[in-house]
Write a protein that binds this ligand. Structure first.
Ligand SMILES: O=P(O)(O)OC[C@H]1O[C@](O)(COP(=O)(O)O)[C@@H](O)[C@@H]1O
Ligand SMILES: [Mn+2]
Length: 645
């Protein structure tokens, strides 16, 4: 029997048998509905246009609903127009108004069509859930329109009158916009982002804004997110990495326009120090043009080199501070023979592809020059003080985790580090070896401490340094490789040295029994559970598949990142889990002018339709039903007095 004190608290919200029983009925009804649709994305890498399109179009599902509803009735081009209106209502309404096409007839027909689509996507939810998602100012009207009975002549007249009133009162565009957003909102019930929102592509900040407006989203941090979070804590090595990657992809807009990071000190420094150096090894890759901050590629190359050298110096300093990281062999600036122009790696000497290091003192290669020190100080402050960046980082912390279990799916970006023999890799944490889930929980704690401890509090600096380790350390679950060969990529021709070796997890996890062991470690059942990862681009064109371990593991990095599409052969995946099945939508490269529907393949059919009652949420609702049942019994016994409501 439940604690009477607890039931008394519950009675404040449900003060009578009537109130408690009607909530029981309500909750039971919800448990009996089909579960909502979950969407999984990973490795967005700043590709805001493609991602926003996928999100708003529900990865092709809205287009499919339009086809099912109006396929035989309205022409294809009008269906496409309706779809685009739903995805980008404000932009399309403004265009139609400018083209004088937003006539009353158009408004009437459009509202009718939108209401029909809305009915379809709302059909699997309770009326109350749909109502909660409605914009307040139109909730009553939308509710009425969704429930009009067309067989009844009076109701039909009433329907006509409502639409007439919307048009006459000149709120049709606002109404259309509101119902489009409601359709989007109802199509995706929960959104899971399996990491790597940041880096490479043009505008991760725009993706973050979009996610912050989304009604239900969780994020499992990727190594690139961790690196930005580390930069926001003021870790100089993370600051340099974030800047270096952005500059290397010519992504100045996210830094300057997005987060207000002032790059002028860096550009002045680089222009001066590398005045006569063409910095050819550092020419940025140009995949997207900057819209706001065009930087001359010659200057960008100099900035790129300046920040890379600074990065190698501060990384070397962190490694020195932490012998426990076991990364001494990564302090490559100390392995350079500055006279001979060579570097020794793994006991062998290699010629350097670039030997001009005006800021390095060969006797103390990790020491910053005075100017470098000032520059770094200013850059770190810019990251610490960017208001918008911190709003986004706080959101990453609030909605983010290192891993999450939800409805039998275990999600994490990279891996659970393993040894060749299949056992979980250990890391010494505060003197104690931890592995598997315990290690993931410990690391989560460190990630939170890095940001939330106050400056000067014990543990703060250590946790901040650890953020950099997580970005590129061999035992990091978000990185999952033996080393990050950035130095070798810039300075050494031998491709063998540039190779990064994946943690044994990646080979082992393709076996079903290894996945089963991971499920066990995380308290999940071996039947019906899945692991969902990102991080490793799936090379479809080489015959790889995202479905592994006999359907127990999904790797869904399909290459939303433009830089990686040449390897994968497609432009990203969405994993979709509705009440009937798990499906993978495979996307074509994004083109804003062409409506493209992804190839959707069902990867697992559920044995029977999954109802809310079978989900994690359903478990909570059932526990609540039990509590309320006890409360009703307590009222009836007279242990708690009913209040009239
Ligand atoms: O392809 P790029 O942008 O030059 O970056 C290569 C680097 O990115 C990494 O692959 C990490 O990024 P991912 O998490 O996207 O794989 C490193 O292992 C590698 O050194
Ligand atoms: Mn990654």
């Amino acid at each position: 029997m439940r604690d009477l004190e607890y039931l008394r608290l519950l009675a404040r919200e449900y003060p009578s048998v009537k109130a408690a029983s009607s909530e029981i009925i309500n909750l039971k009804a919800i448990c009996g509905l089909p579960k909502g649709t979950e969407y999984f994305f990973s490795d967005l890498h700043g590709e805001y246009e493609a991602f926003v399109y996928l999100l708003r179009s529900a990865s092709g599902i809205i287009r499919e609903k339009i086809r099912e509803t109006f396929g035989h009735i309205i022409p294809e081009d009008e269906q496409v127009e309706l779809a685009n209106l739903i995805y980008y209502p404000d932009r399309n309404l403004a265009r139609l108004i400018a083209e004088d096409r937003c006539t009353e007839d158009w408004q009437r027909i459009t509202i009718y069509r939108l209401v029909e689509i809305c009915k379809v996507v709302a059909s699997k939810y309770t009326r109350s859930k749909v109502r909660k998602k409605m914009p307040k100012e139109f909730a009553y009207v939308i509710d009425e329109l969704l429930h009009v009975d067309y067989n009844d002549e009076n109701k039909r007249v009433y329907y006509g009158e409502i639409i007439r009133a919307i048009i006459d009162t000149k709120v049709a565009d606002k109404f259309i916009s509101a119902i489009c957003e409601l359709i989007q909102n109802l199509t995706i019930d929960n959104l899971h982002i399996i990491g790597d929102i940041f880096d490479r592509g043009p505008r991760a900040d725009i993706i973050m804004n979009e996610l912050m407006q989304f009604h239900d989203v969780d994020i499992q941090w990727g190594n690139h997110d961790i690196s930005w979070m580390g930069a926001a804590t003021g870790n100089p090595a993370c600051v340099c990495n974030v800047l270096r990657i952005a500059i290397s992809y010519n992504s100045f807009d996210v830094l300057e326009d997005g987060y207000g990071i002032n790059l002028r000190p860096l550009s002045m420094f680089a222009a001066k120090v590398y005045r006569d150096d063409p910095c050819t090894r550092f020419t940025p890759k140009i995949l997207d043009q900057n819209i706001y901050d065009a930087v001359d590629p010659g200057l960008a190359a100099k900035m790129h080199k300046a920040i890379a050298v600074l990065q190698f110096k501060v990384e070397g300093q962190i490694i020195r501070r932490h012998p426990g990281y076991k990364m001494d062999d990564r302090i490559l600036l100390e392995q350079v023979d500055y006279n001979a122009g060579t570097v020794t790696i793994g006991g062998k000497s290699y010629p350097l592809l670039d030997t001009n290091f005006p800021t390095i003192d060969p006797a103390h290669p990790l020491k910053l020059s005075k100017e470098e020190e000032e520059l770094l100080h200013t850059l770190v402050l810019s990251f610490k003080h960017s208001e918008l960046l911190h709003r986004h980082i706080r959101f990453l912390y609030a909605r983010g985790e290192l891993y999450k279990c939800c409805n039998g799916n275990l999600m994490y970006h990279g891996c659970i580090p393993m040894k060749e023999d299949g056992s979980f890799e250990e890391m010494i944490c505060d003197g104690e070896p931890l592995s598997g889930r315990a290690l993931m929980d410990y690391i989560s704690g460190q990630i939170r401490q890095a940001y939330f401890l106050n400056d000067g509090e014990p543990g703060k600096e250590r946790a901040k340094d650890f953020m950099w380790y997580l970005w590129c350390g061999a035992k990091s679950p978000v990185f999952g490789k033996d080393k990050m060969t950035t130095f070798e990529h810039y300075f050494v021709a031998d491709k063998a040295l540039q190779r990064e070796h994946m943690n044994p997890y990646y080979k082992l996890s393709q076996k079903e029994e290894v996945c089963d062991r991971i499920f066990e470690e995380f308290g999940l059942s071996k039947q019906g559970s899945h692991i969902i990862n990102g991080h490793v681009p799936v090379k479809i064109k080489d015959g790889e598949t995202p479905v592994k371990a006999n359907g127990k593991l999904f790797v869904i990095d399909g290459g939303l990142s433009k830089a990686y599409q040449k390897y994968t052969g497609i432009a990203g995946y969405t994993l979709i889990y509705n009440s009937n099945h798990l499906a993978l939508a495979e996307h074509k490269p994004f083109n804003p002018d062409v409506e493209s529907t992804p190839r959707v393949s069902i990867v697992e059919k559920m044995k029977s339709r999954v109802m809310v009652g079978n989900t994690d949420k359903g478990k909570e609702l059932k526990a609540m039903i039990e509590d309320l049942t006890e409360l009703v019994a307590a009222f009836r016994r007279g242990d708690i007095k009913e209040q009239n409501d």
